[in-house]
Design a protein around this ligand. Structure first.
Ligand SMILES: [Zn+2]
Length: 227
């Protein structure tokens, strides 16, 4: 349907960029997924089990938030992790695009089960005061959806999923990708800083509080706009 064409094209381009830049962990695989909100009950999302080298815009799925395909005779099923995207759109009106990747340095902190604190102004204002860890549950399980939902009230734009990968959220697809990039940058630098064995400084408390106020206000404005 032409109505959804721009969403499909944007998701295809975002997926290809993330794949080519190593964000999905393998270029020939189908791990990770990308979605965009279409409206208050519908999203566009990458399919299950189609490698990024073979992905075309015809594969991108249009589903409602109960994960039912909207287009008739669609050739593939939505990503098994679609539930994770749906629960974010339901709970975060400020979010219009989501990138879920298996990127290297973000994943390191999912293995050592350690949140990333506020280390740089830009990262803190874009991603939130802390990049928290979503507790592990099997990919695609209702438990993982539940665990993601449990973390969303901090209004952050990035989360690390324990023993799995990361989630980057944005008000549009470019912002969601930028947030995945910023997360990888801060995770890489934090990893290097920790490896020196020296004390790692975080931002002053006053800045952390200012960040929280800005992020909470952005979410409030988005909620009011959609009323
Ligand atoms: Zn995954």
């Amino acid at each position: 349907m032409t109505k959804y064409l721009s969403y499909k094209q944007n998701i295809l381009e975002a997926s290809q960029w993330l794949s080519e830049h190593g964000y999905f962990g393998s270029q020939r695989g189908s791990g990770g997924n990308v979605s965009m909100r279409v409206d208050e009950t519908v999203m566009a999302i990458t399919p299950s089990s189609v490698s990024y080298t073979e992905l075309t815009k015809e594969h991108i799925c249009i589903v409602d938030f109960n994960l039912t395909l909207i287009e008739e005779n669609h050739p593939v099923q939505p990503s098994v992790e679609a539930g994770m995207h749906s629960v974010i759109y339901r709970n975060r009106p400020d979010v219009n695009a989501i990138v879920h990747t298996h990127q290297t340095y973000g994943s390191v902190f999912g293995l050592i089960n350690t949140p990333i604190p506020a280390l740089f102004d830009e990262v803190a204002f874009s991603l939130g005061q802390t990049i928290e860890i979503v507790p592990y549950a099997l990919s695609g399980s209702p438990e993982l959806v539940h665990n993601v939902a449990g973390k969303l009230s901090n209004n952050a734009n990035a989360y690390i999923i324990q023993n799995h990968g990361i989630l980057a959220l944005g008000r549009d697809i470019d912002k969601a990708i930028l947030h995945a990039e910023l997360l990888e940058k801060v995770a890489h630098v934090y990893y290097l800083a920790l490896s020196t064995g020296k004390l790692v400084d975080t931002l002053p408390q006053s800045i952390i509080e200012a960040v929280a106020a800005v992020r909470n206000n952005e979410v409030k404005v988005a909620v009011e706009k959609k009323k």
